[in-house]
Each structure stands twice: as structure tokens, then as C-alpha cells.
Design a protein around this ligand. Structure first.
Ligand SMILES: Cc1cc2nc3c(=O)[nH]c(=O)nc-3n(C[C@H](O)[C@H](O)[C@H](O)COP(=O)(O)OP(=O)(O)OC[C@H]3O[C@@H](n4cnc5c(N)ncnc54)[C@H](O)[C@@H]3O)c2cc1C
Length: 476
């Protein structure tokens, strides 16, 4: 296209891809002269989204699902004409176990995130002591916090529901989503809904009841489409990478250069020049940094050292996922939930294990069980870096102690994510405001990705598409 404006996106994770898709589809519709290209350091497209097909197993190396409550991933799946590829979590099991006091306890029915909404299952569960249960119930009486502003997850949960709820439920269940440390996790940036509930309803329990009621009303009013009902978490038949592959096809694979690392970015007259590790020079009118914040910092050091320094203040933690296949008869457990999570106070060496082929249909053949264990995170980052032999031995020992598996796994996959999980620590919103202010000093430069306004796949998609719209607005 002659005289087309050049947009270069750094990073072909879901954020870079969704941003490119947004720009390309809008530019095509409005016949705007815009060329988009994506430059990706690794050899494959998808970033943290990585599915391995090792027939007959489908193994997720990163995310294994997205939540329906945030609609942007579902919307994109629909735009890709892939709705028939969606899979619900299997109905052969439900919920999760929590490891506490050397045994697994079922998370009581009706406990949503960390908030009890059903009295009997909660009262009869042995997970929380009676003083702990009473303390959680006191949430109804405790006045809302007067000060506004950010607070750590630990401070918030201890204040409203007590220390036992923090240690046994909130830390592994809520903090675990970010592989984070509740002592410094920003509630405002990770679960602002909890703060809203407290402010609006004066109590989490009352707030959750109000929310359940509103959702039930909304469900009643929803037009009947004939579409099958969906579960809270959903995935795709061929795994999460089916989405990034479909996006890459829609964008045009010729526009995505893999195995090309951007080393540095320079400012030129009205645009930018990217220098790659291989010595290539790429010209751009607009640049979207869809790479991790620390990676973007390294590329921007040259012309925006202040911005680079601010980006480096967003910490990232490492984790590794060990996927294993066992024969069903070698697992002395009913496997009647989707897996178990392990609170840090238990002092164990895995954060959680998902029974993947129980959670998702057709991920392993009959008679075999595919499971994956999470190692590392903010609490024990050094464990994620152990070599393959040690990390496998560690996971096997934990699975032996927790669910009694002594057999050798039939197959093993290890996926490592060094500095793979951004941490929104207290003050994250102020850091973002500071970053936004500095980005404005460089017209044509944009940042998107998991490091900023939501780590989950749906949030990444939404923010990336908004960034794409901003690129087009800037160009026009
Ligand atoms: C183990 C794990 C499990 C998760 N589970 C879930 C889940 O179940 N559900 C959910 O919703 N979310 C989950 N998440 C979060 C979610 O997967 C990620 O936040 C999201 O995929 C990040 O997408 P992104 O495009 O922003 O970043 P990334 O996927 O990190 O993409 C950034 C890309 O930039 C590239 N890059 C970096 N530097 C350069 C350079 N110099 N030159 C060129 N390219 C460069 C990188 O190689 C990378 O491909 C999980 C994350 C992890 C790590």
C-alpha cells in the first residue's frame, strides 16, 4: 500500500495479536492506509499461551482457560467464528480441594472466591475452625473502611474476614491467580470488586448476595438464544493456542516475524526505528510495545530512560508448570474436583495441582490422567528455577505426600515462565498513572499487555483492542 502508515507491534502474545487484529479489521473496514507488522522474539506465536499436542494428550503450558464473566475473550472467539470450538469444564467433577492440616478439604459449596454464601456447607466444613467461621461471619457487622485508596489483599481480608480466612482460603485461592504475595498485592488493581462490595453493601457477604441476586435477575431477562449454557471457566477444544493461531491466520502470518528480537528503539523525525538483534532496521510511524514491562524497558532505555525506569518498577515472578501423565489405577484418590490448592502456611513446595483431564474432556484417553502442578510464584520463586530432574523429583514427592501417588509418571512436560507473571503490588495504580503521563511525551508510542491493567486473557484482549483503537485515532 503506497503511503501507508507503518505500525509495528513488539510481541506476539495475545495482547500483540489482539491489538493487530483490531487495527487491521478497522482499517480494512474504513479503508485506511495502514500496514501492521508484529515482531516476536520467540520461535512461536502466542507468548504465554502455549499448547502442546502430544497425541493423545493436549497439554497447556500456560493458561488453560478464560473466565466468562469478563466477556472480551468470548467476544473474540465469536468474531473468529469459533463458538463451536468452546468447551465447558467437565461435569464429572466440580470445585477444588484445599490442603490444610495434612489433608485435603473440599472448598465448601457456596464459597465464592473467599466469601461464604451458603450456611450449611460452610458450617459443616472442617477446613475453617469454629472461631474462624465466626470471625468470617462478623464481616456482616464490621463497618466499612473510611479511608479510600489502595490496600493489600492481606490487610483487606484480615480486616473483613479474619486471619484464618486469609491463610486458608484467600491466599491460595485469590492470591494464587496472580502467583502473588497477599502481603503486597494491590487489591485496587487485582480485585477492585471486593472494595466496591465493601463500599456499596458495607459487607462482603451482603455484597455477594446482592451480586448473586442481580445475576439471577439478569439471567432471567436474557433473551433465549438456544446457545448451550456455559460454565464459569471455558476453554477451546484444541487448547488455548487455538485462539492465538486463529488470530494469527486472520491477521496474516506473513505480517508476523518470529525469532526476531528487538534490541533497541530509537526516535526518528516523526516516528521510530527498531533495531533487531540480527541488525535489521524497521521504520514505524506508531509502535505498540506488547511485551512484558521489563522487556519494554530494555528496548526503550535509549530514548526514554525515565519511562524505562518506571516500567522496571513493575515486578514479575517466575513459575514453572510440570505436567504429568499417570495411569488412573495408580492414583489412590477419587479425583472428584478439578484439583487442589496449597496455602503457603502449609510449607509445601507446590502451589496447586490441576487434574487437567478431569477438568477438561478429551485431554487424555480413558484410563490415563493428565495433571499439572504449579511451582514457584512470589512465595518460592527459587523453586521454579530448579533443573528438570530436581523439579520433577520435587513435584513427585509432593504428589506422593498429598494424594499418595508413588508410581512413575508415564510422560512429563515442563514449561518454565521466568519472570512470567506480573505483580500488581500496592501503589500499582499510581505507577500506571506515572507511566501514562510519560508515554504521552512520545506521541506514537503505546504500551499494552498483562503488566498493566489485568493479567487474565480477557483483560489482555480488551486492553489490547482499546490500544489498537488509540493507534488508529492517533493516525487519523
Ligand atoms: C503459567 C500461567 C498460567 C496462566 N493461567 C491463566 C489462565 O488460566 N487464564 C487466564 O486468563 N490467564 C492466565 N494467565 C495469564 C495470561 O496467560 C497472560 O497474562 C497473558 O497470556 C499475557 O499475554 P501478553 O500478550 O500480554 O504477554 P505475553 O504472552 O508475555 O507476550 C509478550 C511477548 O513479547 C515478546 N517479547 C518480549 N521481548 C521482546 C523483544 N525484545 N522483541 C520481540 N518480542 C519480545 C515475548 O517473547 C512474548 O511472546 C496465566 C499465565 C501464566 C504464566
Amino acid at each position: 500500500m503506497e503511503n501507508a502508515k507503518q505500525v509495528v507491534i513488539v510481541g506476539a502474545g495475545i495482547s500483540g495479536l489482539a491489538c493487530a487484529y483490531e487495527i487491521i479489521t478497522r482499517a480494512e473496514k474504513d479503508q485506511l492506509p495502514v500496514e501492521v507488522s508484529i515482531v516476536e522474539k520467540s520461535s512461536y506465536i502466542g507468548g504465554k499461551i502455549l499448547t502442546t499436542h502430544a497425541d493423545p494428550y493436549t497439554v497447556e503450558g500456560g493458561p488453560d482457560c478464560f473466565i466468562l464473566e469478563k466477556p472480551w475473550a468470548l467476544m473474540l472467539v465469536r468474531e473468529m467464528d469459533m463458538e463451536d470450538q468452546l468447551v465447558n469444564t467437565s461435569s464429572q467433577a466440580s470445585g477444588t480441594y484445599i490442603y490444610s492440616g495434612r489433608r485435603l478439604h473440599r472448598l465448601p459449596d457456596g464459597l465464592i472466591m473467599m466469601i461464604p454464601t451458603k450456611i450449611i456447607p460452610f458450617a459443616t466444613s472442617a477446613l475453617i475452625s469454629w472461631p474462624g467461621k465466626i470471625r468470617m461471619g462478623m464481616d456482616i457487622l464490621i463497618p466499612r473502611r473510611r479511608e479510600t485508596g489502595d490496600e493489600s489483599l492481606a490487610s483487606f481480608v484480615t480486616r473483613r474476614l479474619g486471619k484464618e480466612a486469609l491463610d486458608k482460603i484467600a491466599e491460595p485461592l485469590v492470591g494464587g491467580i496472580h502467583a502473588g504475595n497477599p502481603d503486597n498485592m494491590s487489591l485496587l488493581s487485582t480485585f477492585p470488586r471486593f472494595l466496591e462490595m465493601e463500599q456499596q453493601s458495607g459487607s462482603l457477604i451482603r455484597g455477594m448476595f446482592a451480586r448473586k441476586k442481580a445475576m439471577a435477575e439478569a439471567m432471567k431477562k436474557r433473551p433465549k438464544t438456544g446457545a448451550p449454557p456455559r460454565t464459569f471457566f471455558i476453554s477451546l477444544k484444541e487448547g488455548m493456542q487455538q485462539l492465538t493461531n486463529a488470530l494469527a491466520d486472520r491477521i496474516g502470518r506473513e505480517r508476523i516475524a518470529t525469532g526476531v528480537e528487538v534490541k533497541t528503539i530509537q526516535k526518528t523525525g516523526s516516528g521510530f526505528q527498531l533495531l533487531t538483534a540480527g541488525g535489521q532496521k524497521l521504520a514505524a510511524d506508531q509502535i505498540v510495545m506488547a511485551s512484558e514491562a521489563f522487556a519494554s524497558a530494555a528496548m526503550l532505555d535509549n530514548f526514554a530512560p525515565g519511562l524505562a525506569a518506571s516500567l522496571r518498577q513493575i515486578p514479575y515472578v517466575s513459575s514453572s508448570i510440570v505436567s504429568l501423565v499417570f495411569r488412573r489405577e495408580n492414583i489412590p484418590h477419587p479425583l472428584d474436583t478439578y484439583g487442589f490448592i496449597v496455602p503457603r502456611i502449609e510449607g509445601r513446595k507446590i502451589m496447586a495441582t490441576t487434574w487437567s483431564s478431569i477438568k477438561w474432556p478429551h485431554r487424555a484417553p480413558d484410563g490415563k490422567v493428565l495433571m499439572r502442578s504449579f511451582v514457584g510464584g512470589a512465595q518460592q520463586p527459587e523453586l521454579a528455577e530448579l533443573d528438570d530432574e530436581k523439579i520433577l523429583a520435587l513435584v513427585r514427592k509432593e504428589l506422593q505426600d498429598i494424594i499418595g501417588i508413588t508410581a512413575e509418571p508415564e510422560q512429563v512436560w515442563i514449561n518454565r515462565w521466568p519472570r512470567g507473571m506480573p505483580q500488581y503490588v500496592v501503589g500499582h495504580q499510581e505507577r500506571l498513572a506515572d507511566i501514562d503521563r510519560q508515554v504521552k511525551e512520545f506521541p506514537g508510542l503505546h504500551l499494552t499487555g498483562a503488566g498493566y491493567r489485568g493479567i487474565g486473557v480477557p483483560d489482555c484482549i480488551n486492553n489490547a483492542r482499546l490500544t489498537g483503537q488509540k493507534v488508529l485515532a492517533d493516525l487519523s
